[in-house]
Design a protein around this ligand. Structure first.
Ligand code: IAC
Length: 334
């Protein structure tokens, strides 16, 4: 019996040491609010893969898509309190909290997710704004420009009058200034609102026609190419500080690369999503008359001044920020 016991003990010790060798030294949780198929989660899986590969398995990232760990509205607090190490935050869902980064919610004329994502990252790097002082920012990116996805056709601005549409942040104000009735909510709440008829469509980028299956209910897609939705991937400060230098370097080196990767993925995916929606649901892609596009520009212009006033109140050098973003737009968006 004692021989068997000794054998079992040896086996147990061997097994433990082998499994310890294979286990990652560092395990990090990463919370994301929209469904796994959407672009914030696709980029999350790519980041996880790269970090695990580049740290040779020393770091393991546990991903939680679809609000399974933290929802859209409690990610900021959840990451600050350490309920998750890392989280995905949509800037537009938190009006007033990000006086600098919210500049990207304005109609600035970015035509791609790639250019907006790189410009956003550059702006963050340059200013290291205090709005993120409680977090380590791992990367940032933006959606593609926003368009109207609706149950009934919007062929001109007059069709938009009083139509309830889902948006968020300054993008809700854009809708308001062109005559629609905005209803602010996160992307993750939109399927139910569309289903119940609380909204008749939404204002976002076309990737969600496929990834959220909105093409089924919103058969009309009107191109406005207005503002983008900016995002930040934030990490709990103590979780960050506990990382060894080589791991920090891997993550720091990934910041800009991840922004660009996500932008390029998004820009390609918008095309795939439109083609898929045409094929599956025979959606109609609508362009508004040139005069209406001009009216949109004029009516949304005051939002830039509104942003400026609030940004200055929060200590942001708003004119410099707008000038830098415009320089980046010219640099990346051509
Ligand atoms: C998305 C978004 C949010 C979650 C998932 C996919 C956005 C564009 C921005 C937004 N595509 O909130 O409308």
């Amino acid at each position: 019996v004692s021989g068997l016991f000794a054998f079992l003990m040896m086996f147990a010790i061997l097994f433990c040491s082998v499994s310890q060798l294979q286990a990652a030294e560092i395990s990090l949780s990463y919370a994301n609010f929209p469904p796994a198929k959407t672009f914030p989660c696709v980029q999350m899986e790519r980041w996880k893969q790269e970090v695990e590969k580049r740290t040779s398995g020393k770091v393991q990232v546990q991903t939680y898509p679809g609000s399974t760990l933290l929802g859209a509205k409690n990610t900021l607090r959840g990451v600050m309190q350490g309920q998750a190490d890392i989280g995905c935050v949509s800037i537009a869902y938190h009006p007033g909290v990000f006086p600098l980064s919210s500049v990207f919610e304005l109609p600035l004329g970015f035509t791609t997710s790639t250019s907006a994502s790189l410009a956003l990252w550059d702006l963050f790097q340059k200013h290291q704004p205090k709005e993120f002082k409680k977090f380590k920012v791992l990367t940032m990116f933006a959606s593609a420009p926003s368009n109207l996805m609706t149950k009934t056709p919007v062929r001109s601005l007059s069709d938009l009058k009083g139509v309830e549409l889902r948006a968020s942040g300054i993008l809700s104000k854009i809708l308001d200034s062109i005559g629609a009735t905005p209803v602010s909510m996160p992307m993750s709440a939109t399927p139910e609102a569309l289903q119940k008829g609380v909204v008749k469509g939404l204002f976002s980028s076309f990737d969600v026609l496929k990834d959220m299956n909105f093409a089924e209910i919103c058969r009309y897609e009107t191109v406005t190419n207005t503002a983008v939705y900016p995002f930040a991937i934030i990490m709990n400060k103590s979780s960050w500080e506990a990382l060894p230098d080589d791991v920090k370097k891997v993550m720091n080196d990934l910041g800009r690369e991840q922004a660009e990767w996500t932008g390029q993925y998004m820009d390609q995916h918008v095309k795939d999503s439109l083609a898929w929606s045409k094929e599956k649901y025979d959606i109609e892609l609508i362009t508004m008359p040139e005069a209406d596009m001009q009216t949109i520009k004029e009516k949304t212009m005051p939002l830039i001044n509104d942003w400026k006033t609030k940004a200055v109140d929060s200590g942001v050098d708003a004119d410099a920020v707008l000038a830098e973003v415009e320089t980046s737009r010219v640099k990346y968006d051509s």
